[in-house]
Design a protein around this ligand. Structure first.
Ligand code: FES
Ligand code: FES
Length: 167
């Protein structure tokens, strides 16, 4: 077992693939400290170590966006980030959106507009929408389609209803 030093990201430490690294991550407002293998992806850390199963694995190759979370205020595909790279970071997942049993307005909008079919892609779309609106509170349809949500795929092809809540 190796502990993170002050010399940079844990990912830069020279550790064997089986050797564990201790990381601290603030997720949905709560700090967690865990030991992880250096090769572990953030998506697997969130799902397996913290039980946050809204973070879906759709492709593992960075194409589908089902694993989207907000890390230090920026949307990231968590299958493209190592857990050790998130050491010290603040992360928001879908589980952190609802407050006091009340859905976040974006969740409400997806619900009202029926912006989902099987729902597998939905957490990723909602988190990407959250980030898009934090960057641009009033996006045009073009900005939503070509920029904001272009990195998220829906295999049920429900795009029209996904765009609706944003219009
Ligand atoms: S699982 Fe990460 S982009 Fe598809
Ligand atoms: S609602 Fe089924 S993949 Fe998008």
């Amino acid at each position: 077992m190796r502990f993170r030093g002050d010399g940079g990201m844990a990912a830069t430490l020279k550790v064997g693939p089986e050797e564990k690294v201790r990381i601290r991550v603030k997720v949905n407002g709560v700090w967690y400290e865990r030991e992880v293998e250096p090769r572990k992806l953030l998506v697997h850390f969130l799902r397996e170590d913290l039980g946050l199963t809204s973070v879906h694995v759709g492709c593992d190759t960075g194409h589908c966006g089902a694993c989207t979370v907000i890390m230090n205020g920026v949307s990231v595909k968590s299958c493209q980030v190592l857990a050790v790279q998130a050491d010290g970071a603040e992360i928001l997942t879908l589980e952190g959106l609802a407050k006091d049993g009340k859905l976040h307005p974006i969740q409400e909008a997806f619900w009202e507009k029926h912006a989902l079919q099987c729902g597998y892609c939905t957490p990723g779309f909602i988190m990407e929408t959250y980030w898009l609106l934090s960057e641009n509170p009033n996006p045009t349809e073009e900005e939503i389609r070509r920029g904001g949500l272009s990195g998220n795929l829906c295999r049920c092809t429900g795009y029209q209803n996904i765009i609706e809540p944003l219009n």
